[in-house]
Design a protein around this ligand. Sequence first.
Ligand SMILES: Cc1cc2nc3c(=O)[nH]c(=O)nc-3n(C[C@H](O)[C@H](O)[C@H](O)COP(=O)(O)O)c2cc1C
Length: 346
Amino acid sequence: MDLYGALRPLIFRFDPETAHNLAFWLGERLCAWPRLPEPAHPAALHRSAFGLDFPTPLGLAAGLDKGATLLPLWKALGFGHVEIGTVTPRPQPGNPRPRLFRFPQAGLILNRMGFNSEGAEVVARRLQSRPAGLIVGGNLGKNKETPEGQALEDYRAAYRLIAPVVDYVALNVSSPNTPGLRNLQAPEALKPLLAGMLDLRRELGLERQPLLLKLAPDLAPEDLDAIVEVAVAAGISGLIATNTTLDRGIVAEPLRALVETKGAGGLSGVPLKAKAREVRRRLLHALRGRLPLVACGGLGTAEDVHDALDDGAALAQIYSALIFQGPGLIRRMEQGLVAMAARTRT
Ligand SMILES: Cc1cc2nc3c(=O)[nH]c(=O)nc-3n(C[C@H](O)[C@H](O)[C@H](O)COP(=O)(O)O)c2cc1C
């Protein structure tokens, strides 16, 4: 067992958000340390996607480092890219606590954070000093009180501040914890949203910067096909699939009953794996290579990542597995991927 495995029972005695805040307190101190390790990624793992060069396909999914406070640490842990956010244009507190629940027996997380965000101005300022050699994506959302009809203005306001200080931007239209947000995935809402964002990208002279769209796993197969056509026709750079699910059916009884007592929110981690993969395969089939796809959802082993890349994903993002398996996970995954690549070569 590694150190994290030994400490986990103690860490998990804290309420999840308190543990998160303690970890970030410690992480900020580690980031100030001048001798953080500089992982060297094997050349076999390098990936190019949407015009960017990634040292490894492994990235940190959005939602863990919402304010871009721990970038040097993520780099030291072996991530090739980090998606910061979701960042909303104006600061907002998110939902009342408790809003984060973990179920270690199943590798499952339930969250209804609701975009707690320091706001785009503060996060953009912090991003002005970033570690070299780490790709940073900015995941953008709308403020809760902004009416659905004015969502585009929120995404544009956040984009103006964040886009100039990141390598790519992801539009989050798939969080289940902001009322109405997922309605933006409907083709008739998505078309003007993407067009408005691409216009702004041009206005700001950022045409070469990738713009991605992050999708929910709770869409019907025909909706996924329709979204792909809208995304390709609009000319965005890629898709990220998936966000958390509202589907309690992914959790087996008796745990499901316990999860239901905790109330609303999105589910992530091991139980999401199969559903997220199914959605990705449908998207990849519909995409026919026209746009790259970033895999996310339930990836917790090198095999999971290998499968996702084998399915055709360009990159892979991880969140929940890091909470359950600890900071050594990314290095272990990388070693596993290298070993698997060597096996397929022989
Ligand atoms: C506590 C928590 C907060 C999250 N916050 C965000 C967010 O702000 N924006 C976003 O796009 N995704 C967010 N996500 C979703 C993750 O980025 C990811 O899509 C999802 O958890 C599935 O991956 P996983 O199974 O590896 O965790 C959040 C997930 C968790 C567990």
